[in-house]
Design a protein around this ligand. Structure first.
Ligand code: NAD
Ligand code: UDP
Length: 341
């Protein structure tokens, strides 16, 4: 199948492109490079033996999107494109609503105009807000988002639901990601945020490699076994395989669905630190800091719906995630050292 990956040059999109190519599909990557590097296609070529087609463009450019959907004979769209930094969204709400909400509306209008009505959307477990019970099931109520980023995910889910209700020939699947970490085992692609990372895993990796001095652990007085936050971490390759598994379902069913992609168990911040120290053989010094605003104590998924509908379940464990995250960090550190010399 010919699948358009908006935001396909980013962290999750690039891993999904690898999995789709290896599964015999033809991904077309559409990205404005606001948070990605042009070199990604070459890296995918090194992994799969073939560079995917890349088109530079913005999802808010409806005319261009229509052209691409038509010219590339696209069968389905996986919509990753968007801004995703929680803290930044609080400071720049208009940019987040413009990019994520307006961008999605323009994409949907382009899809309608070209008759492409199959969409898989990158949603997030953030839509559940503060869990009333764990594990989180898709039938649980969505909650109050604590920041503009989270609100865009919730609003887009609702837009897609309204669209499917109004025109039942659409198929829209909202994949609610838990916490994707790790990297492709080759170390060629992974997550390498600019500046100081907001998320736990890239931060831990940089402390282990000496690029940052110490990990601030945000809160050790939560109602969890060791007092630190608990999350359902999922290997990005498993997450990528989840998209490939959702594709046939999306093609053969109509209507709106939300589906969790998680492993179904939680690890605390301190458990992640210990697992990363083991994988890297390096010490990760920690400093206990106050809770981060907007954080919840714990969340993890009930991933059974994805198994039932897509025949998918996560295969990688926490050791795999830390090993591949560390391998990628070492590749990046070596590249940076080479650039500086
Ligand atoms: P990413 O930033 O690595 O990838 C997003 C890509 O979209 C980038 O390559 C960026 O250049 C591109 N992009 C942004 N705005 C665009 C626009 N207007 N037009 C075209 N391209 C644009 O992020 P990611 O971690 O790969 O996340 C992908 C999606 O998954 C996002 O929608 C994100 O909100 C969602 N998500 C991510 C996580 C996570 O922890 N990484 C968790 C839940 C949901
Ligand atoms: N966290 C931390 N220090 C950091 C970054 C994150 O202690 O530098 C904690 C955070 O408080 C949460 C967990 O790690 O309990 C996961 O945070 P992350 O930002 O990776 O993902 P989130 O679940 O918030 O989307």
């Amino acid at each position: 199948m010919r699948v358009l990956l908006t935001g396909g040059m980013g962290f999750i999109g690039s891993h999904t492109a690898v999995v789709l190519q290896e599964g015999g599909h033809e991904p077309v990557l559409y990205d404005n490079l606001s948070n990605a590097d042009r070199a990604v296609t070459g890296r995918i070529e090194q992994i799969t033996g073939k560079a995917p087609k890349f088109i530079e463009g913005d999802i808010r450019d409806q005319a261009r999107m229509e052209e691409v959907l038509r010219d590339e004979k696209i069968d389905a769209v996986i919509h990753f494109a968007g801004l995703k930094a929680v803290g930044e969204s609080v400071v720049k709400p208009l940019e987040y609503y413009d990019n994520n909400i307006i961008g999605t509306l323009r994409l949907l209008e382009a899809m309608r105009a070209t008759g492409v009505k199959r969409l898989i959307f990158s949603s997030s477990s953030t839509v559940y807000g503060t869990p009333q019970s764990l594990p989180l099931r898709e039938s649980d109520p969505t909650g109050e988002a604590t920041n503009p980023y989270g609100r865009t995910k919730l609003q887009i889910e609702e837009i897609l639901s309204d669209l499917c209700r109004a025109d039942p020939t659409w198929s829209c699947i909202c994949l609610r990601y838990f916490n994707p970490i790790g990297a492709h085992p080759s170390g060629l692609i992974g997550e390498d945020p600019n500046g100081i990372p907001n998320n736990l895993m890239p931060y831990v990796a940089r402390v282990a490699s000496g690029r940052l001095p110490v990990l601030n652990v945000f809160g050790n007085d939560y109602d969890t076994p060791d007092g630190t936050g608990v999350r359902d971490f999922i290997h990005v390759m498993d997450l990528a395989r989840g998209h490939a598994a959702a594709l046939p379902y999306c093609m053969s069913h109509e209507g709106w669905k939300a589906v969790n992609l998680g492993c179904g168990r939680g690890y605390s911040v301190l458990e992640i630190v210990a697992a990363f120290e083991k994988a890297s053989g390096r010490k990760v010094p920690v400093n206990f800091a106050p809770r981060r605003a907007g954080d919840i104590a714990a969340n993890w998924a009930d991933p059974s719906l994805a198994r039932e509908l897509f025949g998918w379940e996560a295969q990688c464990n926490i050791e795999d995630m830390c090993r591949d995250g560390w391998n990628f960090e070492q590749h990046r550190a070596a590249e940076l050292a080479q650039k500086q010399s």
